[in-house]
Structure formats: C-alpha cells, structure tokens
Design a protein around this ligand. Sequence first.
Ligand SMILES: C[S@@+](CC[C@H](N)C(=O)[O-])C[C@H]1O[C@@H](n2cnc3c(N)ncnc32)[C@H](O)[C@@H]1O
Length: 178
Amino acid sequence: MTITGSVPPRLVAAVALVDPAPDARVLEVGCGRGAAAALLLERLPGGHYTGIDRSATATAATAARIADAVARGRAEVHTTTLAEHRAQPADVALAVNVNAFWTGPASRELAVLAAALRPAGVLHLVWGSDGGAAPRTDVVDRLTVHLDAAGFVPEVALPARDGVRLLHVRARLAQAGR
Ligand SMILES: C[S@@+](CC[C@H](N)C(=O)[O-])C[C@H]1O[C@@H](n2cnc3c(N)ncnc32)[C@H](O)[C@@H]1O
C-alpha cells in the first residue's frame, strides 16, 4: 500500500529531507492532519513518532490517520502547544510550515526542543507550498538569530524536489554531549 498520492507534495519532500533512521524517535510539531505522520511511520519500523498540535481538530485527525501505530505503541499524539509540551527524548524534531519559530523569539518553544533532542539530534524546520512557488526567505535572518540564541547551530538550504521548493533549516545543538 502506498499513501503518497494523498499526501501534499511539500510533506513528501519534507519527510524525504528528514530521512530518519529506522529506529529514530521523532517529534513532529504542528502535525496538522497527520499526513507527514503517516509518511514518517513508514520509515520508522523500529522507531517511534510523537505528533503535537495546539489544535484538537488537527490531533484528532492525526490520531485517526495513524490509529494502528498508536494502538501498537509506535506513536502518540498530543493536543498541546510546543511551549507546554513535556517532550520525551528525541533523535529528530520536525516542523513544517509552523511560523512560531520566526514570528517571535520562540525561546520557550526552542528550549523544549533543545531539552528533548539527544546530543546528536537534529531539528528540521521546513517551509514550502505545493504549487512550486519559491519559499519566502526574508524570515531566515530572524530564524537563525532565534536558533542561535536557543543554543542551536542552523544550516539553511533551499532544496527543490519534484517541483516543490522548500526553505529547510537544519539545526543541531551547539553543545552536543550535554
Ligand atoms: C500551517 S499548519 C501546517 C500543518 C502541517 N505541518 C502541514 O504542513 O500540513 C501549522 C500547524 O501548526 C500548529 N501550530 C502552530 N503553532 C504551534 C505551536 N506553538 N504549538 C503547537 N502547534 C502549533 C497549528 O495548529 C497548525 O496545525
């Protein structure tokens, strides 16, 4: 079975960029209706997925979409803001089209992610649309300032995949091994 056809292309592209290890523990912030969750779980046969969203409508849709994985203990979904989330240790954190990271310092949100990510963990912040439009880049300076202040080392890229153009900020913890 493939579910790719029902998934927005930006999420197919974003999950391909993240490319988690099969046993990774992944935290997705702003999981929306769970399309990326389903794609990620296909790549996590020995791993675990946690999706959070502040919208109960979104988390209900995600939980329904990945109900089998939730029932098997391979996934969990929580209705919460990132700032209030009690995150478990994670190897990968992902957020697609979640603007909180550039609209303000996001210091509480990034502190939650910094505490959750394991020393070699990676945070992926991705923005893009499905129509092939170029992602906005005027937010990059703010993003990098916010990430740097929170103890992350960001790398910025503008990849394209299958007609989708993305802004991809990949960030590691500056003090790995804490
Ligand atoms: C534009 S939607 C993107 C959803 C999905 N990632 C996608 O690309 O289809 C942003 C989502 O992030 C959620 N969100 C925004 N800020 C959040 C925060 N601080 N904590 C938790 N969820 C948040 C919203 O409720 C919304 O579902």
